[in-house]
Design a protein around this ligand. Structure first.
Ligand code: SF4
Ligand code: SF4
Length: 68
């Protein structure tokens, strides 16, 4: 199995993100960046849907969803 092809991806409610950067620090794939210092964005090409970012987010704005 190629984890890069997982259909489970992190989805961020960007309007509620407080740009704390906790998700960036824990992502093993370096799939998240903070855009303009105000919101996080996930690169789905890198995300493997592991859920680590979701567990760390203090604002609970990350979910893992099936995407296709
Ligand atoms: S689900 Fe895992 S790989 Fe995807 S952005 Fe979150 S921590 Fe990174
Ligand atoms: S951990 Fe949550 S609130 Fe913090 S930057 Fe990531 S998505 Fe935004």
């Amino acid at each position: 199995m190629n984890p890069g092809r997982s259909l489970k991806k992190a989805v961020i409610e960007q309007h509620s993100c407080v740009a704390c950067g906790c998700c960036v620090k824990v992502c093993p794939r370096k799939a998240i960046e903070i855009l303009g210092g105000i919101m996080a964005r996930v690169n789905w090409e890198q995300c493997v849907g592991c859920g680590k970012c979701m567990k760390e987010c203090p604002a609970s704005v990350i979910t893992i969803q099936e995407v296709c």
